[in-house]
Design a protein around this ligand. Structure first.
Ligand SMILES: [Zn+2]
Length: 107
């Protein structure tokens, strides 16, 4: 299985679509669908059924909807939105680097 270049808790910028230009933290990735959820991006109304056992009141909730991974770019602290390249460190560890300035983007 091919992994995505973007992972949970990354900060990304939306490059296309209704929320173009927004930036946010990645809440969840779905590698099999090539899509992810970004905080405050692609907000959809979700109708929820009340479930008193789980303290859910029901009604209409705002919730992040999925966006395709090709519509977002990882943000480099120096360059802004960038493409991701992969490198192997001297210790043999695989890391993600900025395609522009080549700094390591993994924390
Ligand atoms: Zn950079």
């Amino acid at each position: 299985m091919k992994g995505l270049d973007i992972r949970k808790n990354d900060t990304v910028r939306v490059m296309a679509g209704r929320d173009k230009g927004k930036e946010g933290r990645v809440l969840e990735v779905e590698p099999r669908q090539n899509r992810l959820y970004v905080e405050h991006v692609n907000i959809i109304k979700r109708h929820t059924r009340p479930n008193p056992a789980k303290q859910i009141r029901g009604g209409i909730l705002d919730k992040e909807g999925p966006i395709h991974v090709s519509n977002v770019a990882l943000i480099c602290g120096d360059c802004g939105p960038t493409r991701v390249q992969h490198r192997q460190t001297a210790e043999g560890k695989k890391v993600r680097v900025c395609a522009k300035c080549e700094q390591v983007l993994d924390r």
